[in-house]
Design a binder for this molecule. Structure first.
Ligand code: NAD
Length: 280
């Protein structure tokens, strides 16, 4: 009998997500009856159930796991039995696995960015990095960078409190002096081997570049986690200067592949999932 898998994405305003298609196509390739539902709280009436109830419903209705996105990645942690090392390091969860009566939280944004970085950037110098944006995804990216050989990470966010909070949380686990708020973006950029954009700047709704283009040098690598559009203005500008670039596509695909593996115990075909992502 065909093995069935029921999972979903819990979030708000997620109707355009590419994740269900990527997961279901990968499930079919492995001969699974794989169903990936959107649990969109924007579609749950005027007063959606609270997050704890939604986790309980998913469990009782036989879901094997959930992906979790905005705005629940932190709130969900209080409703889980255990956190993986990745989720603990980030302080947020984007994947939950229900097994043996327990709910375990993981963070494949972190492992997904780390895998994408390892694949395309890690061969280049990356001792000093400047990261723009210290929000939800920025926390996963910063933690991944500190776990990927980056020695000194400078954070900049227009909301200074967010950069201070994230630097403080990461400093507690990554060792003194390795992560701090950039006093000056220009000075941090001048010292950086690479630059990462973890702000929404570059998406259609917030076009532009989150850093003055003249601070980008040809010998830097430049990564963007925005993936809509695939090539942001930042990446276009960096490529024109001759920089090695890393697009947000890699993180998006790897986080989905790692979640698939957690849900099913089956190794995902990352290249095939990438083709599915591109076809959307
Ligand atoms: P968020 O709102 O939690 O955080 C964004 C942060 O950027 C905020 O702290 C904000 O103050 C800061 N910011 C905005 N404009 C800035 C600027 N000009 N300079 C410096 N800081 C600025 O959002 P998030 O969940 O962290 O997501 C950020 C972006 O990452 C999203 O827009 C999405 O496109 C992308 N993302 C990609 C992936 C992927 O798999 N590739 C995964 C998650 C998110």
């Amino acid at each position: 009998r065909q093995r069935s898998v029921l999972v979903g994405l819990l979030g708000r305003g997620i109707q355009r997500s590419r994740t269900p298609h990527m997961h279901e196509a990968e499930g079919r390739r492995h001969g699974l009856a794989y169903v990936y539902k959107l649990l969109d709280t924007d579609r749950m009436g005027e007063t959606p159930p609270d997050i704890g109830s939604l986790v309980a419903f998913a469990r009782h209705f036989g879901f094997q796991g959930l992906n979790v996105t905005y705005p629940f990645k932190q709130a969900i942690m209080a409703h889980l039995d255990r956190l993986s090392a990745d989720a603990q390091a980030v302080g947020a969860v984007n994947t939950v696995v229900f097994a043996d009566g327990r709910a375990i939280g993981h963070n494949t944004d972190r492992s997904g960015f780390a895998a994408s970085f390892r694949r395309d950037i890690a061969g280049r110098p990356h001792r000093n990095v400047l990261q723009l944006g210290a929000g939800g995804a920025g926390a996963a990216v910063a933690s991944a960078l500190l776990g990927s050989g980056v020695e000194t990470l400078r954070l900049h966010d227009v909301d200074a409190g967010r950069a201070i909070d994230l630097a403080g949380r990461l400093a507690a686990t990554s060792g003194a002096g390795r992560v701090s708020v950039a006093e000056s973006v220009a000075a941090a950029a001048a010292e950086a081997d690479g630059l990462v954009n973890a702000t929404p700047v570059g998406m259609a709704a917030s076009p532009g570049i989150a850093i003055a283009p003249e601070l980008i040098r040809a010998d830097m690598w430049v990564a963007d986690i925005v993936y809509l559009p695939l090539e942001t203005e930042l990446l276009r500008c960096a490529r024109a200067k001759g920089c090695l670039t890393l697009a947000g596509r890699g993180m998006a695909i790897h986080q989905a592949a790692f979640a698939f593996e957690l849900f099913t115990g089956i190794v995902a075909d990352i290249d095939a999932m990438g083709r599915d992502f591109d076809a959307l």
